[in-house]
Design a protein around this ligand. Structure first.
Ligand code: PEP
Ligand code: MN
Length: 339
């Protein structure tokens, strides 16, 4: 339930109302606005009668929220949330952030080499997988901790923050210590224990959409993280499974305005895992920027034919740089910048 309060309400009255809600077992989230203050009540509000609350002369408006997500809901937080990833801000009217890097880390030398190319092209955050969720148990599973340390070395070399996927809660300390943005992969979007675990830390989370998750399922997963105490969530759409076989997954870009309308959190698009083919990555990236996304995460490899995973969808550094050049022009058309 959302309660809108008049600005000049006496403080004793505010405390009285606040206590009354808390006594009935509700959490009160206060958001200060310029003209009104807004309270989001989280918990079972079924027994509250809107008319009783509206009878209070300092209450301007009362609205029931039918969506099951509260903390992620834009009604609870009308302003855009801006997530700070080790100094790189994502969301609102901040510049669009391009992240790039290999699907898998293949060693220190490889990741540093690619990181330098990503940075020179205009990338702001380095991606790289050390723990890989592979469909086949016989495929390369990632370098693990060694790969994380290679990413740390690439950050030291380039100054770019790093994003990497966390697959299980037992590695959370390793990630909190070393990684700037923790990715929850599509396959773990509804691993609720993992979501709760990353809710207990404050590091920003890049929450990928599950390949068969509805938008509401996905927002509820963000709600899990936020309800456990971590407000720093960034959505990442990477395409869903449909009957279509000419792309690896199906990207429905309407998700960008829908997420922006219903939530206050930033959204990033992954054109690599959605298309599955480097040839389509540029077109989808430009369309995503036109649609209003806050960032892109793109797989980049200098020898895609030799990549240990996802070579077919990885851009060579020159193509990545070229894409960013075009992306700047599209961003301008929708009144955003790319630094
Ligand atoms: C990845 O980013 O390397 C990855 C495995 O992505 P997803 O979880 O979207 O499949
Ligand atoms: Mn990949």
């Amino acid at each position: 339930m959302i309660i809108t309060l008049k600005k000049n309400a006496p403080i004793e009255e505010i405390h009285r109302l606040h206590d009354a809600f808390e006594k009935s077992g509700l959490e009160v989230h206060e958001i200060e606005g310029d003209n009104y203050d807004v309270w989001g009540l989280v918990g079972d509000t079924a027994s509250l009668d809107e008319r009783d609350i509206l009878a209070n002369e300092w209450v301007e408006n009362v609205q029931r929220v039918s969506a099951p997500y509260k903390l992620a809901n834009r009604m609870f937080h009308p302003d855009d949330t801006i997530v700070d990833v080790a100094g790189v801000k994502i969301g609102g009217t901040e510049p669009i952030v391009i992240m790039g890097g290999p699907c898998s880390i293949e060693g220190k030398e490889q990741v540093i080499r690619i990181a330098k190319e990503v940075k020179a092209a205009g990338g702001k955050i380095l991606r790289g997988g050390a723990y890989k969720p592979r469909t086949s148990p016989y495929s390369f599973q990632g370098l693990g901790y060694e790969g994380i340390l290679d990413m740390v070395a690439a950050r030291e070399e380039t100054g770019m923050p790093i994003v990497s996927e966390l697959m299980s809660a037992d590695k959370i300390d390793e990630f909190v210590e070393n990684v700037d943005l923790i990715q929850i992969g599509a396959r773990n979007m509804q691993n609720f224990d993992l979501l709760k675990a990353v809710g207990h830390i404050q590091k920003p989370i890049l929450l990928k959409r599950g390949m068969s998750a509805s938008i509401e399922d996905w927002i509820m997963s963000a709600e899990y993280i936020m309800a456990n105490g971590n407000p720093n969530v960034i959505f990442c759409e990477r395409g869903i499974r449909t009957f279509e076989r000419y792309t690896r997954n199906t990207m429905d870009l309407a998700v960008v305005p829908i997420i922006k309308e219903r939530t206050h959190l930033p959204i990033v698009i992954d054109p690599s895992h959605s298309t599955g083919d480097w040839k389509y990555v540029e077109a989808e990236s430009l369309a995503a920027i036109a649609a209003g996304c806050d960032g892109l995460i793109i797989e980049v490899h200098d020898y895609p034919d030799k990549a240990w995973s996802d070579g077919a969808q990885s851009l060579k550094p020159e193509r990545f740089a070229n894409l960013i050049g075009k992306a700047r022009k599209v961003a301008k058309a929708v009144e955003r910048d790319i630094e």
